[in-house]
Design a protein around this ligand. Structure first.
Ligand code: SF4
Ligand code: SF4
Length: 312
Protein backbone atom coordinates (compact mmCIF):
# COMPACT_ATOMS: atom_id res chain seq x y z
CA UNK A 1 0.00 0.00 0.00
CA UNK A 2 1.14 3.39 -0.68
CA UNK A 3 2.66 5.61 1.43
CA UNK A 4 3.42 9.16 0.87
CA UNK A 5 2.60 12.14 3.00
CA UNK A 6 1.90 15.48 1.42
CA UNK A 7 5.60 16.30 1.65
CA UNK A 8 6.57 13.01 0.01
CA UNK A 9 7.85 11.39 3.20
CA UNK A 10 7.09 7.66 3.37
CA UNK A 11 5.21 6.57 6.49
CA UNK A 12 4.07 3.02 5.87
CA UNK A 13 6.38 1.36 3.33
CA UNK A 14 8.81 0.36 6.05
CA UNK A 15 6.06 -1.52 7.87
CA UNK A 16 5.02 -3.85 5.09
CA UNK A 17 6.91 -6.91 3.80
CA UNK A 18 8.57 -6.79 0.36
CA UNK A 19 6.17 -7.54 -2.48
CA UNK A 20 6.76 -9.57 -5.63
CA UNK A 21 8.35 -7.83 -8.58
CA UNK A 22 5.19 -7.58 -10.71
CA UNK A 23 3.31 -5.94 -7.84
CA UNK A 24 6.20 -3.61 -7.14
CA UNK A 25 6.41 -2.62 -10.81
CA UNK A 26 2.69 -1.89 -11.00
CA UNK A 27 2.81 0.29 -7.89
CA UNK A 28 5.88 2.12 -9.11
CA UNK A 29 4.09 2.75 -12.39
CA UNK A 30 1.01 4.08 -10.58
CA UNK A 31 3.15 6.50 -8.56
CA UNK A 32 5.08 7.56 -11.65
CA UNK A 33 1.75 8.33 -13.32
CA UNK A 34 0.91 10.67 -10.43
CA UNK A 35 -1.01 8.62 -7.84
CA UNK A 36 -0.49 9.90 -4.29
CA UNK A 37 -1.68 6.63 -2.80
CA UNK A 38 -1.89 3.16 -4.36
CA UNK A 39 -3.07 -0.11 -2.88
CA UNK A 40 -4.11 -3.57 -4.08
CA UNK A 41 -6.98 -5.86 -3.11
CA UNK A 42 -7.77 -9.39 -4.25
CA UNK A 43 -11.11 -9.44 -6.07
CA UNK A 44 -12.54 -11.72 -3.36
CA UNK A 45 -12.51 -8.87 -0.83
CA UNK A 46 -15.43 -7.39 -2.76
CA UNK A 47 -17.59 -10.52 -2.53
CA UNK A 48 -19.92 -8.80 -0.05
CA UNK A 49 -20.76 -6.11 -2.64
CA UNK A 50 -24.20 -6.00 -4.27
CA UNK A 51 -24.11 -7.92 -7.60
CA UNK A 52 -24.69 -4.75 -9.67
CA UNK A 53 -21.67 -3.10 -8.04
CA UNK A 54 -19.28 -6.06 -8.01
CA UNK A 55 -16.18 -5.34 -10.13
CA UNK A 56 -16.23 -8.89 -11.51
CA UNK A 57 -19.40 -7.89 -13.37
CA UNK A 58 -17.22 -5.62 -15.52
CA UNK A 59 -14.30 -8.04 -16.01
CA UNK A 60 -15.07 -11.71 -15.30
CA UNK A 61 -11.35 -12.62 -15.48
CA UNK A 62 -10.50 -10.15 -12.70
CA UNK A 63 -8.11 -11.31 -9.99
CA UNK A 64 -6.99 -8.00 -8.47
CA UNK A 65 -8.10 -4.40 -7.95
CA UNK A 66 -5.67 -1.50 -8.02
CA UNK A 67 -6.96 1.54 -6.14
CA UNK A 68 -5.36 4.94 -6.68
CA UNK A 69 -5.95 8.20 -4.83
CA UNK A 70 -5.20 11.78 -5.79
CA UNK A 71 -5.06 14.22 -2.90
CA UNK A 72 -6.93 17.51 -2.86
CA UNK A 73 -4.65 20.52 -2.62
CA UNK A 74 -4.66 22.00 0.91
CA UNK A 75 -4.86 25.63 -0.22
CA UNK A 76 -7.92 24.75 -2.25
CA UNK A 77 -9.44 22.93 0.74
CA UNK A 78 -8.96 25.90 3.03
CA UNK A 79 -10.33 28.38 0.51
CA UNK A 80 -13.41 26.20 0.10
CA UNK A 81 -14.03 26.03 3.84
CA UNK A 82 -13.71 29.81 4.14
CA UNK A 83 -16.30 30.20 1.38
CA UNK A 84 -14.40 32.88 -0.53
CA UNK A 85 -14.87 31.44 -4.02
CA UNK A 86 -16.18 28.19 -5.50
CA UNK A 87 -14.03 28.28 -8.61
CA UNK A 88 -10.65 26.82 -7.49
CA UNK A 89 -12.43 24.03 -5.61
CA UNK A 90 -14.60 23.07 -8.53
CA UNK A 91 -11.66 22.93 -10.88
CA UNK A 92 -8.83 21.62 -8.70
CA UNK A 93 -10.67 19.44 -6.19
CA UNK A 94 -13.14 17.85 -8.59
CA UNK A 95 -12.75 18.16 -12.33
CA UNK A 96 -8.97 18.16 -12.64
CA UNK A 97 -8.11 15.38 -10.16
CA UNK A 98 -10.79 13.15 -11.65
CA UNK A 99 -9.58 13.83 -15.18
CA UNK A 100 -6.02 13.01 -14.10
CA UNK A 101 -7.17 9.84 -12.35
CA UNK A 102 -8.98 8.77 -15.51
CA UNK A 103 -5.76 9.23 -17.50
CA UNK A 104 -3.71 7.39 -14.87
CA UNK A 105 -6.13 4.46 -14.80
CA UNK A 106 -6.18 4.15 -18.57
CA UNK A 107 -2.37 4.27 -18.75
CA UNK A 108 -1.99 1.76 -15.91
CA UNK A 109 -4.53 -0.61 -17.48
CA UNK A 110 -2.67 -0.43 -20.80
CA UNK A 111 0.63 -1.01 -18.98
CA UNK A 112 -0.83 -4.16 -17.41
CA UNK A 113 -2.15 -5.32 -20.77
CA UNK A 114 1.31 -4.85 -22.28
CA UNK A 115 2.50 -7.24 -19.56
CA UNK A 116 -0.13 -9.76 -20.69
CA UNK A 117 -3.07 -9.15 -18.31
CA UNK A 118 -6.41 -7.87 -19.54
CA UNK A 119 -7.33 -4.85 -17.42
CA UNK A 120 -10.16 -2.35 -17.17
CA UNK A 121 -9.98 1.26 -15.98
CA UNK A 122 -13.24 2.27 -14.26
CA UNK A 123 -13.82 6.03 -14.59
CA UNK A 124 -13.61 8.26 -11.53
CA UNK A 125 -16.99 9.34 -10.20
CA UNK A 126 -17.79 11.97 -12.78
CA UNK A 127 -20.47 9.68 -14.06
CA UNK A 128 -22.98 7.82 -11.96
CA UNK A 129 -26.55 6.64 -11.97
CA UNK A 130 -28.40 9.68 -10.62
CA UNK A 131 -31.41 7.71 -9.51
CA UNK A 132 -29.31 5.40 -7.34
CA UNK A 133 -26.44 7.69 -6.41
CA UNK A 134 -23.85 5.06 -7.36
CA UNK A 135 -21.41 4.49 -10.18
CA UNK A 136 -20.30 1.31 -11.95
CA UNK A 137 -18.50 0.20 -8.81
CA UNK A 138 -17.81 1.83 -5.46
CA UNK A 139 -14.28 3.26 -5.62
CA UNK A 140 -14.33 4.05 -1.90
CA UNK A 141 -15.12 0.44 -0.98
CA UNK A 142 -12.36 -0.77 -3.31
CA UNK A 143 -9.99 1.75 -1.72
CA UNK A 144 -10.83 0.41 1.73
CA UNK A 145 -10.35 -3.18 0.51
CA UNK A 146 -6.96 -2.08 -0.85
CA UNK A 147 -5.82 -0.67 2.48
CA UNK A 148 -5.87 3.01 1.52
CA UNK A 149 -8.13 3.95 4.44
CA UNK A 150 -11.43 3.16 6.16
CA UNK A 151 -14.96 4.35 5.53
CA UNK A 152 -15.87 6.73 8.33
CA UNK A 153 -18.79 8.57 9.93
CA UNK A 154 -19.33 10.70 6.83
CA UNK A 155 -19.51 7.63 4.59
CA UNK A 156 -16.43 8.66 2.62
CA UNK A 157 -12.95 7.12 2.70
CA UNK A 158 -10.68 8.47 5.45
CA UNK A 159 -6.97 8.01 4.79
CA UNK A 160 -4.20 8.40 7.40
CA UNK A 161 -2.26 10.67 5.04
CA UNK A 162 -4.89 13.06 3.71
CA UNK A 163 -8.02 12.49 5.77
CA UNK A 164 -11.10 12.56 3.56
CA UNK A 165 -9.60 14.92 0.99
CA UNK A 166 -8.88 12.48 -1.83
CA UNK A 167 -10.41 11.49 -5.14
CA UNK A 168 -10.34 7.83 -6.11
CA UNK A 169 -10.19 5.49 -9.08
CA UNK A 170 -9.89 1.75 -9.73
CA UNK A 171 -8.23 -0.52 -12.26
CA UNK A 172 -9.71 -4.03 -12.43
CA UNK A 173 -7.14 -6.50 -13.69
CA UNK A 174 -6.54 -10.18 -14.40
CA UNK A 175 -3.02 -9.78 -13.01
CA UNK A 176 -2.38 -11.87 -9.86
CA UNK A 177 -1.04 -9.04 -7.72
CA UNK A 178 -0.03 -9.31 -4.09
CA UNK A 179 -2.65 -7.66 -1.84
CA UNK A 180 -2.07 -4.99 0.77
CA UNK A 181 -3.37 -5.45 4.31
CA UNK A 182 -6.54 -3.59 5.22
CA UNK A 183 -6.33 -0.88 7.87
CA UNK A 184 -7.47 -1.96 11.32
CA UNK A 185 -7.71 1.40 13.03
CA UNK A 186 -11.10 3.15 13.15
CA UNK A 187 -10.29 6.63 11.83
CA UNK A 188 -13.30 8.18 13.60
CA UNK A 189 -12.51 6.97 17.12
CA UNK A 190 -12.24 10.03 19.34
CA UNK A 191 -12.96 12.50 16.53
CA UNK A 192 -15.39 15.34 17.38
CA UNK A 193 -17.15 14.69 14.05
CA UNK A 194 -16.91 17.99 12.22
CA UNK A 195 -18.21 16.15 9.13
CA UNK A 196 -21.59 15.86 10.88
CA UNK A 197 -21.81 19.41 12.21
CA UNK A 198 -20.66 21.15 9.03
CA UNK A 199 -23.32 19.60 6.77
CA UNK A 200 -25.81 22.34 5.82
CA UNK A 201 -28.67 19.88 5.21
CA UNK A 202 -28.09 17.36 8.04
CA UNK A 203 -27.35 14.59 5.57
CA UNK A 204 -25.03 12.75 7.98
CA UNK A 205 -26.88 11.51 11.07
CA UNK A 206 -24.55 11.11 14.07
CA UNK A 207 -25.88 7.70 15.02
CA UNK A 208 -27.10 5.85 11.92
CA UNK A 209 -24.74 3.21 10.54
CA UNK A 210 -24.30 1.08 7.50
CA UNK A 211 -22.93 -2.40 8.17
CA UNK A 212 -20.91 -4.44 5.70
CA UNK A 213 -18.75 -7.52 5.65
CA UNK A 214 -15.40 -7.34 3.92
CA UNK A 215 -12.74 -10.05 3.96
CA UNK A 216 -14.79 -11.96 6.53
CA UNK A 217 -14.98 -9.08 9.00
CA UNK A 218 -17.90 -6.78 9.87
CA UNK A 219 -17.38 -3.04 9.50
CA UNK A 220 -19.66 -0.14 10.43
CA UNK A 221 -19.57 3.28 8.83
CA UNK A 222 -21.86 6.28 8.59
CA UNK A 223 -25.12 6.27 6.64
CA UNK A 224 -25.47 9.26 4.32
CA UNK A 225 -28.76 10.67 3.07
CA UNK A 226 -28.14 10.80 -0.66
CA UNK A 227 -31.34 12.82 -1.11
CA UNK A 228 -30.32 15.55 1.33
CA UNK A 229 -26.76 15.67 0.07
CA UNK A 230 -27.97 16.05 -3.50
CA UNK A 231 -30.17 18.96 -2.45
CA UNK A 232 -27.05 20.90 -1.45
CA UNK A 233 -24.71 19.58 -4.13
CA UNK A 234 -27.40 19.81 -6.79
CA UNK A 235 -27.82 23.57 -6.50
CA UNK A 236 -30.96 23.92 -4.36
CA UNK A 237 -29.20 25.64 -1.43
CA UNK A 238 -27.67 29.12 -1.49
CA UNK A 239 -26.69 29.50 2.17
CA UNK A 240 -23.56 28.20 3.89
CA UNK A 241 -21.47 28.87 0.78
CA UNK A 242 -23.21 26.13 -1.16
CA UNK A 243 -23.27 28.44 -4.18
CA UNK A 244 -26.67 27.32 -5.44
CA UNK A 245 -28.47 29.85 -7.59
CA UNK A 246 -31.86 29.02 -6.07
CA UNK A 247 -32.96 28.39 -2.51
CA UNK A 248 -35.67 25.76 -2.84
CA UNK A 249 -37.19 24.58 0.46
CA UNK A 250 -36.26 20.99 1.13
CA UNK A 251 -39.18 18.59 1.49
CA UNK A 252 -39.45 16.31 4.50
CA UNK A 253 -37.16 13.54 3.38
CA UNK A 254 -38.65 10.75 5.40
CA UNK A 255 -38.55 8.32 2.46
CA UNK A 256 -34.91 8.88 1.66
CA UNK A 257 -34.17 5.32 0.62
CA UNK A 258 -36.93 5.34 -2.02
CA UNK A 259 -35.05 6.35 -5.18
CA UNK A 260 -38.22 6.89 -7.23
CA UNK A 261 -39.74 9.20 -4.63
CA UNK A 262 -36.56 11.21 -4.33
CA UNK A 263 -36.36 11.62 -8.12
CA UNK A 264 -39.93 12.95 -8.22
CA UNK A 265 -39.11 15.48 -5.50
CA UNK A 266 -36.14 16.70 -7.53
CA UNK A 267 -38.27 17.09 -10.65
CA UNK A 268 -40.85 19.07 -8.67
CA UNK A 269 -38.12 21.24 -7.17
CA UNK A 270 -36.57 22.02 -10.53
CA UNK A 271 -39.99 23.24 -11.72
CA UNK A 272 -39.94 25.81 -8.92
CA UNK A 273 -36.67 27.29 -10.07
CA UNK A 274 -36.66 30.39 -12.24
CA UNK A 275 -36.10 29.88 -15.98
CA UNK A 276 -33.09 32.20 -15.93
CA UNK A 277 -31.63 30.07 -13.19
CA UNK A 278 -31.84 26.93 -15.32
CA UNK A 279 -30.23 28.63 -18.28
CA UNK A 280 -27.55 30.12 -16.06
CA UNK A 281 -26.76 26.82 -14.44
CA UNK A 282 -26.35 25.16 -17.82
CA UNK A 283 -23.37 27.47 -18.29
CA UNK A 284 -21.96 27.39 -14.72
CA UNK A 285 -21.99 24.06 -12.98
CA UNK A 286 -19.58 24.80 -10.17
CA UNK A 287 -21.81 24.24 -7.18
CA UNK A 288 -20.87 21.29 -5.03
CA UNK A 289 -20.88 21.25 -1.27
CA UNK A 290 -18.21 18.65 -0.41
CA UNK A 291 -17.62 20.24 2.99
CA UNK A 292 -17.78 16.99 4.97
CA UNK A 293 -14.75 15.35 3.43
CA UNK A 294 -12.80 18.60 3.17
CA UNK A 295 -13.26 19.31 6.89
CA UNK A 296 -11.98 15.81 7.73
CA UNK A 297 -8.53 17.15 8.63
CA UNK A 298 -5.47 15.09 7.86
CA UNK A 299 -3.56 17.05 10.52
CA UNK A 300 -5.77 15.74 13.29
CA UNK A 301 -5.63 12.22 11.94
CA UNK A 302 -1.85 12.33 11.79
CA UNK A 303 -1.76 13.37 15.44
CA UNK A 304 -3.96 10.40 16.28
CA UNK A 305 -1.58 7.94 14.64
CA UNK A 306 1.37 9.63 16.28
CA UNK A 307 2.93 11.24 13.23
CA UNK A 308 4.36 14.73 13.63
CA UNK A 309 2.24 17.35 11.92
CA UNK A 310 3.37 19.90 9.41
CA UNK A 311 2.61 23.56 10.03
CA UNK A 312 0.10 25.35 7.83
S1 SF4 B 1 -14.32 14.16 10.34
FE1 SF4 B 1 -13.87 12.69 11.99
S2 SF4 B 1 -15.79 11.54 12.30
FE2 SF4 B 1 -15.91 12.56 10.30
S3 SF4 B 1 -15.18 11.00 8.84
FE3 SF4 B 1 -13.41 12.32 9.38
S4 SF4 B 1 -12.42 11.20 11.10
FE4 SF4 B 1 -14.49 10.36 10.88
S1 SF4 C 1 -21.30 17.07 0.54
FE1 SF4 C 1 -22.24 18.71 1.77
S2 SF4 C 1 -24.43 18.26 1.73
FE2 SF4 C 1 -23.37 16.40 1.13
S3 SF4 C 1 -23.12 15.24 3.04
FE3 SF4 C 1 -21.24 16.45 2.71
S4 SF4 C 1 -21.54 18.33 3.87
FE4 SF4 C 1 -23.58 17.37 3.60
Amino acid sequence: MSTERGCGEPIRDALRPPQDSLTGEVKDKARALGAHLVGIAPIERMDGAPPDLHPRRLLPEAKSLVSMAYRINRGVQQLHLRGVSPMPFSRFAGLEPKARLDDMALDLANYLEDLGYISLPVPANQYYYQEKGVGEISHRHVAMASGLGRLGRGGFLVTPEYGGAVQLITVVTAAPLEPDPMLDEDPCAGCPRPCVSICPVQAIPPDRDRVMTMAGKEYRYGWLSYARCQWACGGMVMDDHCYGLSDVPMPAFDEEDDAEWVREEFLLASEKRFPWDRAYRAAFTYNACSKCYVVCHPERLKRKVGVETQPG
